[in-house]
Design a protein around this ligand. Structure first.
Ligand code: GTP
Length: 353
């Protein structure tokens, strides 16, 4: 599982924690994906770490608490997706023809992992890729396939995509194919390894699948993924509570007249004051939403304080930041960790004019 990226699109949240460790519906994204792997019968996972590598082992340990055997391989310099896969080759068990499943650690997906492996084995493919359909594929790696399901091209972030099928970030590699990736330098699996396999005539298979899929790379997607887990649209056995309209974690205090719903998560020991409204938002541990504040579709970092009556909609507040009363922030605004937004500093009114 690849978990070493910087997560630049999710800044400032990723300044204090790597993206795969950010809590989505109460536990790290990676915990949801590891649970899915375990539920599919996978017993051993190697985590390829780089950025903020230490936090993974602190949280997951040897994996036994999660029903898995976990190992960690840390890159001294980030090696990119392909380089990271090559870098763990020495830890993979099994024979040259055995399948190795690779997951991006920042994806939520309902993919039937066993079905993907079966297809790979039956077709005797070198690599089999999970493909998913998105409305606008321009920001993704587009992967056209022929009538037999064989991949015909890899088109990274192309302005005029010939298909809506994209690389969904989960692959099965024949073990021996991993050994062909160059060592000791950054390699992008999407830009270098896959196109090179195609150019060499190696059979690369696509596995289109239409179950739930979401790349949690952006703040809007992150909020959406959390909501979908809380409400059960995306099933996860790692969800730390029952499916419902909201998830309130242990030690959190929610005022009886506060409105918390729409798939919102209130983190451990966090507080939501009287008359406040939290709709579909993700409130990290120890954060405070004071009386009468409205927090919609936003992420509130660990220990941040949202003052009385503040309105937040579609924004990201970094860990420990303080947004004092009388502020109104909307779509796309990001407040950096520890920053203090003085009372009444920002009012956003363009959607009222
Ligand atoms: P952005 O900077 O916002 O694009 O995010 P990112 O750094 O996570 O990059 P991207 O979403 O393209 O990465 C896809 C997956 O590969 C994620 O799970 C990353 O954690 C992982 N990843 C990306 N680069 C590396 C790397 O150099 N080493 C390792 N081990 N994993 C990586």
């Amino acid at each position: 599982m690849l978990v070493g990226g910087q997560g630049t699109r999710l800044r400032p949240l990723t300044m204090s924690a790597p993206k795969p460790m950010l809590p989505v519906a109460g536990v790290p994204v990676t915990a949801h994906m590891l649970a899915r792997a375990r539920d599919a019968g996978i017993g051993r996972v190697v985590l390829a770490t780089s950025y903020r590598a230490e936090v993974f082992e602190e949280y997951f340990g040897d994996g036994s608490a999660h029903g898995l055997e976990l190992e960690y391989v840390t890159e001294t310099e980030p090696l990119g997706t392909g380089g990271a896969i090559r870098n763990v080759a020495g830890r993979l068990r099994g024979d040259a023809d055995d399948p190795v499943v690779i997951f991006n650690g920042d994806i939520l997906s309902g993919l039937d992992i066993q079905a993907l492996i079966r297809r790979h084995r039956e077709a005797e493919a070198a690599v089999t890729l999970h493909l998913t359909q998105v409305e606008d594929p321009r920001a993704f790696g587009v992967v056209p396939v022929d009538d037999d399901g064989r991949v015909t091209a890899f088109l990274e972030k192309t302005p005029d995509p010939p298909t809506n099928l994209i690389n969904a970030g989960c692959y099965v590699f024949r073990r021996s194919v991993i050994d062909t990736i160059p060592t000791g330098r950054p390699v992008s699996v999407e830009r270098e390894t896959f196109p090179a396999l195609l150019a060499a005539g190696t059979p690369v298979l696509g596995f289109p699948d239409s179950t739930y899929w979401l790349d949690l790379g952006t703040p809007a997607a992150f909020v959406q993924g959390s909501r979908d887990l809380v409400t059960g649209r995306m099933a996860s056995s790692a969800l730390p509570g029952p499916v419902g309209d909201c998830l309130v974690l242990s030690g959190a205090q929610v005022a009886p007249d506060a409105k918390v719903g729409g798939g919102a998560t209130v983190g451990a020991r966090a507080r939501v004051g009287t008359g406040a409204e939290v709709d579909g938002a993700v409130i990290f541990d120890d954060a405070v939403v004071e009386a009468g504040a409205t927090v919609r579709d936003s992420v509130i970092g660990r220990g941040a304080v949202i003052g009385a009556g503040v309105v937040l909609d579609g924004v990201v507040i970094g860990d420990g930041a303080v947004v004092e009363r009388g502020n109104e922030l909307r779509a796309g605004a990001r407040v950096f960790p520890g920053a203090v937004l003085a009372a009444g500093a920002v009012r956003f009114s363009s959607d009222r004019t």
